[in-house]
Ligand binder design. Structure first.
Ligand code: HDE
Length: 682
């Protein structure tokens, strides 16, 4: 690639193409390119004799297989990724000199990996956990990584506590139980004894920790970073990703069931959305703060357990990311991707947040062992789309063949090249922040308020969100065995809200706190998911049909659902074609053996009189479960009595009408609302 700016949205794809290998239709060879005449039988001394050491093909094949696994990430082991591009809405020149944030006509390729934090590589997608949201921008100035989560704060304030935190939430060391869950003693013991975690715990107990889809969650850079412009002037900045589809969640019972029925639920969801052309989009937002306002927010901006409420520091939307291509190979791309928040470009800099500072060490360090040496930047997915030149050499798996004798700086033999580039020509220069102080191991007083924003979060929740938080605490603590830990946690959360702490205490049978509470009365409406975007686009509807259904009517409804971006999934008694009246046929992808209600966003019961009693019973079960998860349900004319028999007639979000047009409109509207919380669920 030319040294000048030639980066466009396809630059990374074109670079990766050089490494793609098509095996189909090719002759089978060893790794040395030798064609083999046999791949099924090892070389033996006689048909029933011992295998011979001489069998180089057998040894190569088995040895390679024996070494196929690499260590999983110590956290964020389970992930899923996609390619895409980022486009800018308006130049950010006034704030940052980052080239990819200057010109709205430039499209920057990206690779994004979403993950759970706690579970192992093979764990389930829908567990209660924070989600990683790591973006690699392949810019003309090198790779810029924004390594964020779907929760804007963190459990701890100082990176030195990260190993303790992670040890506490991972499975307990004596028996490796439980998997991918924080509902156990050591985690809650850590929480009660490290009370800076209070705010993050409120988010983890909320619906944010069980997202409906990677496509429907926000992303946050969490820390305060710096933008630096051409004149060297800096602003503090916090990064936000806002999904165009809004922020939506599962319900707890549903996520539990999904973990068994479809452990790949979020993977399937993202993969299929991209395959079907429903490209996920997220807008990039920034909260900007002038350096002179550093102390005006009432929280320490270096404390990663704090947000800047959007109502106080508005989020300025500056661009959009679209994910439009699935990977070709999970291991080569998703598993080998190495993100590091030290991968920055000129115009983006750090702050003294002690969590951020520690992360700057940890990512490179962990990748050295995970990816087996210092050359993982050469792995195709990790390469920048611009050339790199320096005097680093050798090491395991080196692929670059650096020519010449000179591998040191300063030199005269190569004219002192590769040469450093001054800042005005695009060389990275660290922001010249003035620092002074004594070497000291301590926490600043400004980091010591652990509860105000936890209460702010609680105050910002709607009634139903509060109920979910209480239920999540009850669930988690009911699984804790130590009475003392349970009591400590309840006492701790009395500092957030007394009613919350009492509801937990009563449920798990410990002493309700007599006093406590908080004097924080403010709230931040932006934190409630009830204030998010609601759209029917890409949501699924389970369409239950049997032979002889009313062809024209059902076709009318389905055509309109599809036009609204909704994805109908047909369920019938058998897989394959289901014939309706007037020559309308549908293709059933599922039966009740392969489809459970938790896998769909809504239900449309068509049925026909021909359906069997077993099938009818299954419809009732399916619908009842969807109903109890507050999902929209539509029923064809004539099913009134059926709805009544099943006790759901007339309930919010249950749509039925003789008028086809009205029914279709109401069903689309109901689907776009996602859930009907005011429904009576027994
Ligand atoms: Fe990470 N984190 N982290 N983290 N983190 C890792 O790096 C670490 C933190 C995040 O898809 C590891 O390559 C420390 C906050 C994501 O590959 C490791 C601290 C946030 C990913 C590591 C934190 C994150 C990681 C493990 C406390 C949100 C997955 C494997 C100071 C802003 C990236 C790896 C991917 C992964 C260290 C806290 C996000 C061990 C020391 C806060 C999205 O280096």
């Amino acid at each position: 690639m030319n040294e000048k700016n030639q980066v466009n949205e396809n630059s990374k794809n074109e670079q990766l193409e050089q490494f793609l290998v098509e095996d189909e239709g090719k002759a089978l060879t060893t790794n040395q390119g030798l064609k083999m005449s046999e791949d099924e039988f090892s070389l033996k001394a006689g048909e029933r004799g011992p295998t011979l050491m001489e069998d180089f093909h057998f040894r190569e094949k088995l040895t390679h297989f024996d070494h196929e696994r690499i260590p999983e990430r110590v956290v964020h082991a389970r992930g899923f990724a996609a390619h895409g591009f980022f486009e800018l809405y308006e130049s950010m020149k006034d704030f940052t000199r980052a080239k990819f944030l200057q010109d709205p006509s430039v499209k920057t390729p990206v690779f994004v990996r979403f993950s759970t934090v706690n579970g192992a590589r093979g764990s389930s997608d829908t567990v209660r956990d924070a989600r990683g949201f790591a973006t690699k921008f392949y810019t003309e100035e090198g790779n810029y990584d924004l390594v964020g989560n779907n929760i804007p704060v963190f459990f701890i304030q100082d990176a030195i506590k990260f190993p303790d935190l992670v040890h506490s939430f991972k499975p307990e060391p004596d028996n490796d139980i439980p998997q991918a869950s924080t509902a156990h003693d050591t985690f809650w013991d850590f929480v009660a004894n490290n009370q800076e975690s209070a705010h993050m715990i409120m988010w983890i107990m909320s619906d944010r920790a069980i997202p409906r889809s990677f496509r429907m969650m926000e992303g946050f850079g969490v820390h305060t970073f710096r933008f630096v412009n051409d004149q060297g002037k800096a602003h503090f900045v916090k990064f936000h990703w806002k999904p165009k589809l809004g922020v939506h969640s599962l319900v707890w019972d549903e996520s539990h069931k999904l973990a068994g029925i479809d452990p790949d639920f979020h993977r399937n969801d993202l993969w299929n959305a991209i395959e079907n052309g429903f490209f996920p989009e997220y807008e990039l937002g920034v909260q900007l703060l002038r350096e002179e306002d550093e102390f005006k927010l009432g929280v320490d901006i270096l404390d990663a357990t704090k947000i800047w409420p959007e109502e106080i520091v508005p989020v300025k939307i500056i661009g959009k990311m679209t994910l439009n291509r699935n990977v070709d190979n999970f291991f080569a791309e998703t598993e080998q991707a190495a993100f590091h928040l030290g991968n920055v470009v000129p115009g983006v800099d750090f702050t003294n947040d002690p969590l951020l500072q520690g992360r700057l060490f940890s990512y490179l360090d962990t990748q050295l062992i995970r990816l087996g040496g210092p050359n993982f930047h050469e792995i195709p997915i990790n390469r920048p789309v611009v050339p790199f030149h320096n005097n680093q050499r050798d090491g395991y798996h080196r692929q670059t063949i650096n020519k010449g004798k000179v591998n040191y700086h300063r030199n005269s033999l190569a004219g002192n090249t590769p040469s450093p580039v001054p800042p005005e020509k695009g060389g990275y220069e660290s922001y010249q922040e003035k620092v002074e102080g004594r070497k000291i191991r301590a926490r600043s007083d400004s980091f010591k308020d652990h509860f105000s924003q936890a209460t702010l979060f609680w105050n910002s929740m709607s009634d139903v969100e509060k109920r979910h938080i209480i239920e999540a605490f009850q669930f988690e603590l009911a699984k804790v065995k130590s009475e003392s830990v349970k009591q400590q946690v309840v006492d701790m959360f009395a500092n957030v809200n007394l009613e919350l702490a009492r509801s937990i205490a009563e449920y798990i049978g410990v002493n309700p706190p007599a006093s406590g509470g908080s004097n924080v009365t403010t709230s931040s409406p932006a934190l409630s998911q009830l204030n998010t975007v609601f759209s029917p686009e890409t949501l699924t509807v389970a369409v239950i049909v049997t032979k002889g259904f009313n062809g024209p009517d059902v076709k009318y409804v389905l055509d309109h659902l599809v036009a609204a971006g909704i994805q109908p999934k047909i369920i019938s008694e058998t897989i394959g074609e289901v014939s309706g009246t007037n020559g309308v046929n549908l293709n059933a992808e599922f039966t009740f053996l392969t489809a459970k209600s938790v896998q769909f966003d809504s239900v449309y019961i068509v049925r026909a009189s021909s359906s069997s009693p077993t099938f009818n019973k299954q419809i009732a079960h399916f619908t009842d479960e969807a109903f109890s998860h507050y999902k929209p349900i539509g029923a064809s004319p004539g099913l009134n009595q059926w709805l009544e028999r099943n006790n759901i007639a007339g309930q919010p979000g249950v749509v039925i009408s003789e008028n086809l047009e009205q029914f279709t409109k109401e069903l689309i509207d109901a689907i776009s609302q996602h859930r009907f919380w005011d429904r009576k669920v027994i």
